[in-house]
Design a binder for this molecule. Structure first.
Ligand code: ADP
Ligand code: MG
Length: 549
């Protein structure tokens, strides 16, 4: 036994704890979902580790979760006999917040004065273990890593510090003991010492957990969840609420998903998939160390998180579960990347996700598609570069700003429908902002002719417009580049008249430009600079410079 040590929480962790202690979150019951969700993850991890490492001295006979209440002491305990944590694990996992984007989240939260908006932010971030401090003024965690002899006792009142010590003779796994806040004692709504109340919460938020969640009342121990894997049940038996709660568990999100997607394949290669489009982008969507969403199960057994073989990079925000019947439990990430069946599943998942978004787009209520595009559109457009097979399907679900209506985005289909007689191309202009694009002299002649121009302001737009040739046989054509031919209405007399000036300009500016031409592009501006068809655009040039190239 070592003596107890008092350590400080990492500063981000401290700030989150403060939030939870002075909880502004309306639905306190969710703390239990978080603890049960962690316990379930710990059991999944243990089963997998025991399977992979036959030497490991662990007990996997009766993996389960237990919840105890003690009205006298006003405690609530959630116990699992899962993987547990070592002392270092506890310091790293409980004393620090490893989630990428935490700093940004806290910054946003600080800037938010309105409490409904900050609740919404917290929901998007998800607080996990720290949610305990919404209902407890002290939390004791006892844990022993499976296969190790050393137990750890951790305790904190959620202020700045925690104590940690090594203790002997702990059972394998983790117990979290919540010392419930005295100020909630009189409030029925927060009576977390009531077994009835706890059962209701478990039923509501954690019914689908595939491990038994047990409670003992008097002499009787009962399993309070139905334990059925949601993806294996027929969808007519599952309520929307159940899907939503399951989503929160797999996605570590506190909000409902935007859309639920089900897929089932029978026959020689059987699998089930339950996928979700989240309602908001994760903070790390564009960060280097970002994660990809779906979990892989084999015959109901959890195999891995973030299975990158199942989802392409540009759909990394899709969450959910794929359960395959015929894979070995031993599969590794490397094997999966090569596996033909996995590749087939992935192809189907991608097509299904894209077609689901297309359905949302056709929906009378535009909210879902608009939210989807606002949150994930930038990532989806990466697919125009990476996923040749589905390029058309991706173009079909894209929306862009355009000169047609400053308030509304347009799909390419709508653009094509509005094309004028004689207009051959889909015109676009890239730039840093709508404002800079609208002020561009390049637009003048197109506007004069009534041709619509797409206003592309995402950095990724610069890239895909070069890679993608067209949509519905119409080519994409930049209005700022070389050979745009609006019917040339400069006359021979004009050419004659200006030839002297042009020669003079060409010589004088020879260091700066390749050529000076007479143009019908402009209506009010006297001159403008155009790129050669194959030149990089100014924005791209800036990007390259910023990247140090
Ligand atoms: P998240 O579950 O989103 O990772 P949490 O705050 O809920 O965030 O938990 C942080 C980490 O602490 C978990 O990822 C896990 O590694 C560890 N942890 C929490 N509870 C347990 C538990 N009951 N058994 C083992 N590890 C746990
Ligand atoms: Mg968690």
């Amino acid at each position: 036994t070592t003596s107890a040590e008092t350590l400080e929480f990492q500063s981000e962790a401290r700030q989150l704890l403060q939030l939870m202690i002075h909880s502004i979150y309306s639905n306190k019951d969710t703390f239990l979902r978080e603890l049960v969700s962690n316990a379930s993850d710990a059991l999944d991890k243990l089963r997998l580790e025991a399977f992979r490492d036959k030497e490991l001295q662990v007990d996997t006979d009766d993996l389960h979760i237990e919840i105890d209440t003690d009205p006298e002491k006003r405690t609530l305990t959630v116990r699992d006999n899962g993987i547990g944590m070592s002392r270092d694990d506890v310091v790293a996992l409980i004393g620090t917040i490893a989630k990428s984007g935490t700093a940004e989240f806290l910054k946003k939260l600080k800037e938010t004065k309105d409490s409904a908006a900050s609740q919404d932010l917290i929901g998007q971030f998800g607080i996990g273990f720290y949610a305990s401090f919404m209902v407890a003024d002290k939390v004791t965690l006892l844990t022993r890593r499976a296969g190790s002899d050393e137990g750890v006792r951790w305790e904190s009142e959620g202020e700045g510090t925690y104590t940690i010590e090594t203790v002997p003779d702990l059972p394998q796994g983790t117990s979290v003991v919540l010392h419930l806040k005295p100020e909630d004692a009189e409030d029925q709504l927060f009576d977390y010492t009531s077994a009835t109340k706890i059962k209701q919460i478990v039923k509501k938020y954690s019914d689908f957990i595939t491990w038994p969640i047990r409670m003992t009342e008097g002499e009787e121990t009962a399993t309070v969840n139905s334990m059925k894997a949601l993806w294996a049940r027929s969808s007519s038996d599952v309520t929307e609420d159940e899907y939503n709660e399951f989503y929160k568990h797999v996605a570590h999100d506190w909000n409902d998903p935007l859309e639920t997607i089900r897929l089932q394949a029978e026959g020689t290669f059987e699998y089930q998939a339950l996928l979700f489009l989240p309602g908001h982008a994760p903070l790390d969507l564009f960060m280097r160390e970002r994660k990809r969403g779906v979990q892989l199960y084999v015959k109901r057994v959890f195999i891995m998180d973030d299975c990158e073989a199942l989802m392409p990079e540009y759909l990394r925000f899709v969450k959910g579960v794929v359960d395959a019947q015929d894979l070995s439990l031993n599969v590794s990430r490397e094997i999966l990347q090569q596996d033909r069946q996995i590749q087939l599943i992935r192809r189907r998942l991608v097509k299904k996700v894209l077609s689901t978004v297309k359905t949302l787009m056709a929906d009378e209520n535009p909210y879902k598609y608009e939210t989807f595009w606002k949150e994930f559109g930038r990532a989806v457009k990466e697919g125009l570069l990476d996923d040749h097979e589905n390029r058309t399907a991706i173009l079909d679900i894209c929306s862009f700003a355009s000169t047609n209506d400053p308030e509304k985005l347009t799909s390419l289909r709508e653009y094509v429908e509005r094309m004028k007689d004689g207009q051959e191309h889909i015109y676009y202009l890239t730039g840093e902002s709508r404002q800079s694009i609208e002020n561009s002299p390049h637009l003048e002649a197109f506007q004069a002719k009534g041709y619509e121009v797409l206003v592309l302001t995402d950095p990724i737009d610069e890239m895909w417009v070069d890679a993608v040739s067209g949509y519905e046989e119409k080519q994409f054509q930049s209005v700022a580049k070389g050979e745009v031919e609006l019917d040339d209405d400069t006359t021979d007399e004009q050419k004659e008249e200006f030839s002297g000036l042009l020669t003079w300009l060409t010589t004088t500016l020879s260091e700066q430009v390749k050529e000076v031409r007479l143009s019908s592009r402009l209506t009010t501006s006297p001159a403008c600079i155009v790129g050669d068809t194959n030149d990089v655009t100014p924005t791209l040039e800036k990007m390259y410079r910023a990247m140090g190239q």
